[in-house]
Design a protein around this ligand. Sequence first.
Ligand code: 5GP
Length: 116
Amino acid sequence: MAKETIFSKIIRREILADIIFQDELVTAFRDISPQAPTHILIVPNILIPTANDVVAAHEAALGRIITVAAKIAKDQGIAEDGYRLIMNCNKHGGQEVYHIHLHLLGGRPLGPMLAS
Ligand code: 5GP
C-alpha cells in the first residue's frame, strides 16, 4: 500500500495549507515555496503516488485536476497571459512529494521549459 504524504493531511485539513478549492475529487492549495507569483498545487484526494501508478479508474480525478487548474487560472487572472502546468515523476522528473500533483505556475513570463 502506498505511503501517505503530507498532502493527505492537507486534504483532510489536519495540517494548515492555503486551500483555494476542494471538491469530492480534488484539492488545490498554494505551494509552500512558490516558484512564481502564482504557484498552486492541484492534487487528487485519493493517493496516487506517481504518474507511473495511474490506471483507468483514476481518469475522473485526473481529468478534474485539469478542469480545476483552468478554472483557478481564470480566477487568478492569469489565463489570458498564460501559465504552465507541470507534473513531475520520480527522481529524474524532480518529484519530491509522492502524491501525484499538478503544479499551476504563472503571473510572469516563465521562460524556456527546462532550466538545464
Ligand atoms: P514536486 O517536486 O514533488 O513536483 O513538488 C512538490 C511541491 O510541494 C514543492 O513545490 C513543494 O514546495 C511543495 N510542498 C512540499 N511540502 C509542502 C507543504 O507542506 N505544504 C505546501 N503547501 N506545499 C508543500
